[in-house]
Each structure stands twice: as C-alpha cells, then as structure tokens.
Design a protein around this ligand. Sequence first.
Ligand SMILES: Cc1cc2nc3c(=O)[nH]c(=O)nc-3n(C[C@H](O)[C@H](O)[C@H](O)COP(=O)(O)O)c2cc1C
Length: 154
Amino acid sequence: MRILVVFYSRTGNTRIVAEELAKVLECDVEEIIDTKDRSGPLGYMKSGRDAMGRKLTVLQDPVNDPSSYDLLVIGTPLWAGHVATPVRTYMQQQENFKEVAFFTTAGGSGYDGAFQDMEELGGKSPLATLGVAEKEIKNGSYQSRVAEFAKKIR
Ligand SMILES: Cc1cc2nc3c(=O)[nH]c(=O)nc-3n(C[C@H](O)[C@H](O)[C@H](O)COP(=O)(O)O)c2cc1C
C-alpha cells in the first residue's frame, strides 16, 4: 500500500507528529506550503480569521500527486476549532482521495471540528483519527500515540 503523509505546520508541532508518523509508516511525506505570511501575532490573527471564515489561500504546487497513493494521512493544526486554511485549500484542490486518515495538533482539545471539516472536504470517512495536544508533544508522549494510530491505518 502506498501511503503519503501530508501536513501543514505554522509553528512546528504538526511537523513533529507528521515526521514521526512517516518514520513509523516508512512512507513519503509532503509539507503543504502556503504563500501567505502567517508569522508572528499578525499572522496568528489573520489565520484565525481565515479559519473562521472558511477562506482559501494560495499554495505552492505540491511535489507528490495524491491520486497515486492508496492512503493519504492528512495533518492540520487546529485553528479556531477548524481545519487550518492551507489544509482546507489542499483538500479542496486535490479531489482524488482513495483512503484517508486524519491527525491534528492543538493547544487544548476540541479536535472534532477539524476532523468534521476534513471529512466534508475529502468526501470520505477516515480510517482513523488522531488528536495530539501540545503538551504531549513537549513531554514526548505523542510517540506512543502515533505508533497506535499507525497500527490502525496500516
Ligand atoms: C489561528 C490559530 C487558532 C488556534 N485555535 C485553536 C483552538 O481553537 N483550539 C486549540 O486547542 N488550539 C488552537 N490553536 C493552537 C494550535 O492548534 C496549536 O498550537 C497547534 O499545535 C499548532 O500547530 P503547528 O505548530 O503545527 O502550527 C490555534 C492556533 C492558531 C495559530
């Protein structure tokens, strides 16, 4: 089975989970790159507004063609209870998903809003979902949760 882990990360948390997942699954990994500057406090505010307004953005062209993979494992930070704008844009632009699984990272909890958005955008129920809190990334406990998630989708 060909698997692609695809993720967006503004400040690095989702990247840490994505890279661990790709290592465990021994699969390709692709970062979604936004052309909009989202750095700093202003970037934070713009991002919250974009997420709440279900806005789209302009992405750099992806390197990998998702339709050539059997499973896409898509990762997003939670933004104002929703999927992050660059991931919304990616999922809207790439339509041919075979199987999907989702993961999100968040400051607290409330992951379901992001998973619901992603299910609607992909038009598919995920094989599994994983929500990781920032504190689990900091204390390292995300690694065992990633391993469990990988077992469910492999
Ligand atoms: C615009 C914005 C909105 C956010 N909204 C939430 C939220 O609703 N709930 C929450 O728990 N964390 C929220 N966060 C925190 C992020 O989800 C969390 O820090 C995440 O791990 C960041 O991932 P990243 O480092 O990959 O960008 C928000 C962060 C940003 C930038």
